[in-house]
Write a protein that binds this ligand. Sequence first.
Ligand SMILES: [Fe+2]
Length: 328
Amino acid sequence: MVLLMGTLRLAFNGWWRHLGHFLATRRMALRRAMITLAHLSDVHLAPLPPVRARDLINKRVTGFLNWKIKREHTMAGDGLTKLVRHMREQNPDFTVVTGDLVNLALDAEINTAYNWLETVGPPEQVCISPGNHDAYIKGQLQKAMDRWDGYVMGETVDQHAFPFVRRVGDVAIVSCNSAVPTAPWIAAGRFEEDQAARLARCLKLLGDGGYFRVVLIHHPPFRGATDWHKRLVGSGRIRAVLREAGAELVLHGHTHIDSYAEIDGPDDAIPVIGVPSAANAPGGHKPAARYNLFSIRGEPGAWHCHMTERGYTGPGEAIGVIRERRIW
Ligand SMILES: [Fe+2]
C-alpha cells in the first residue's frame, strides 16, 4: 500500500473542508479496475439566445458576426444531442469537457450550458476545463463557474480554483484553466507561473501516489499547435512542468480537429490528444462531431490505455468508430 500525502484542500459540491493534510490509502490489488474516460470539447451550444444590442457593445460584436457567418449553420441541429446519447451508451466512468461550452458567454448561454451538462452526467462524473469562449468578456468566467458549480470543482492545493483534481479509481484528472478574456479576433489562452507551480505540486503528489494522470487544458500546449492569434501564451511553462513532474496524458480542444502530438516527459514522451468539436455538422471543412473514449488500466510503468474515436462518418451517416489507437 502506498500513501499519497500532501497539503491539499478538498473543495467539492459547494462546501469546503480543510483536511490539514490529504491522505489517500490506495494501491490495493483489488482496486485495479479498468476506468473508461470520455472526452468531449468545443460544444458551442446552439442556438444563440436572443442578443440585445447592449450585449454587443464589446468584443461580443465580433463573436456575434463570427457565429452568424461561420458557425450557426454548422453548429445547429441535433447532432450534439445524438452524440452525447451515443457516448453515454458506452457507460464511461467519467467524462471531461475541455471548454467552449458557449459562444459569447451571455448569461442565458451560461444557464443553458448548465442544463446541457446535466444531460452529460451528474457533476460527480463530469468535469470541465474552460475555454476562451467561456471567458469571452471580463467577469463572465466567474459567473459561469458559479453557475456550473460542481462541474468545475475538485481537490485543490490551496484556495485557487485551478488546477483541480478528480480521482476515479487509478485515474486522476487534473483540470487546468487557460481561458482568459482577450481582444476582438484573438482567441489566445494564458498559462501563468502561479498555476504552473500548483500544477507541478498536484502532478508530483499524484505521481507519487501512482495515479494515471490526465491533464486537461483547452488550448493545446505543444509547439506550433495553432495560429498566433489562437495560441497558448505560456505554453513553454506547462511543457516545463510536464517535463519535470510528468503526466500520462494531456487532453485539449480549441482547434476543432483530431490531433495527436507528444511532448517531453521525465522519461517517456507524453501523448497530447485533441478532439474535434462535439457539435460540428458533417460536410464542413473541419471534422464532424466526435468524442474520444479512453480505456485505462495497469500500474505505474505498465499502463495500458486504448483510445477509440467515435463520431459522424459523413452527412446523413450514423455515429461509428473512426479510429482506434493504443496510447500506452
Ligand atoms: Fe477555443
